[in-house]
Design a protein around this ligand. Structure first.
Ligand code: THU
Length: 129
C-alpha cells in the first residue's frame, strides 16, 4: 500500500473525541514495509498521543529502527506539520535527507526534508562525553 493510502486509511481509526481533529501517519522503512498510526486522545489531555508516535511505535514493535519516508494527513485547510515533539521523534529514526510529506484530505501536499523540519536537532551524538 502507498504511504498516502495507508495514512488516509489509519486516520479513520483516530480516537479524537476531544479535538475532533483526526490525524493519520504512515512511515516506510528500508525493507519497504509500511507502518501506520493515528492520534489517540485521552480524557487526561496531556496523555494523548500523536499519529506519528503511533506509527513509530508500530515500526519499533515490528523490529525495525529506520524510516526513509513519512506521510502525515489531516482534515485541515493546509497540510499539517508534525508538532515539535513529533519532529524530535521522527528525527530519532530518520536521516536528514529523507522526505516528509504533509497533506490535507483534499489532496494538497507539501514535502519537506527531515533536516528542514528540525534544524539543529539534538541527537545521540551530543550524549557522548
Ligand atoms: N496531532 C497529531 O496526531 N499529529 C500532529 O502532527 C499534530 C497534532 C494530534 C494531536 C491531537 O490529538 C490533535 O492532533 C489536535 O492537536
Amino acid at each position: 500500500m502507498s504511504l498516502k493510502n495507508a495514512a488516509i486509511a489509519v486516520r479513520e481509526n483516530a480516537y479524537a473525541p476531544y479535538s475532533q481533529f483526526k490525524v493519520g501517519a504512515a512511515i516506510r522503512t528500508p525493507s519497504g514495509a509500511v507502518y501506520s498510526g493515528c492520534n489517540v486522545e485521552n480524557a487526561a489531555y496531556p496523555e494523548g498521543t500523536c499519529a506519528e508516535a503511533g506509527a513509530i511505535a508500530a515500526m519499533i514493535a515490528a523490529g525495525e529502527t529506520e524510516l526513509v519516508a513519512a506521510y502525515v494527513v489531516a482534515g485541515a485547510d493546509k497540510p499539517v506539520p508534525p508538532c515539535g515533539g513529533c519532529r524530535q521523534k521522527l528525527a530519532e529514526f530518520a536521516k536528514g535527507d529523507i522526505e516528509i510529506t504533509m497533506a490535507t484530505m483534499a489532496g494538497e501536499e507539501q514535502v519537506i526534508r527531515m533536516d528542514a523540519l528540525l534544524p539543529g536537532a539534538f541527537d545521540a551524538a551530543f550524549l557522548k562525553e
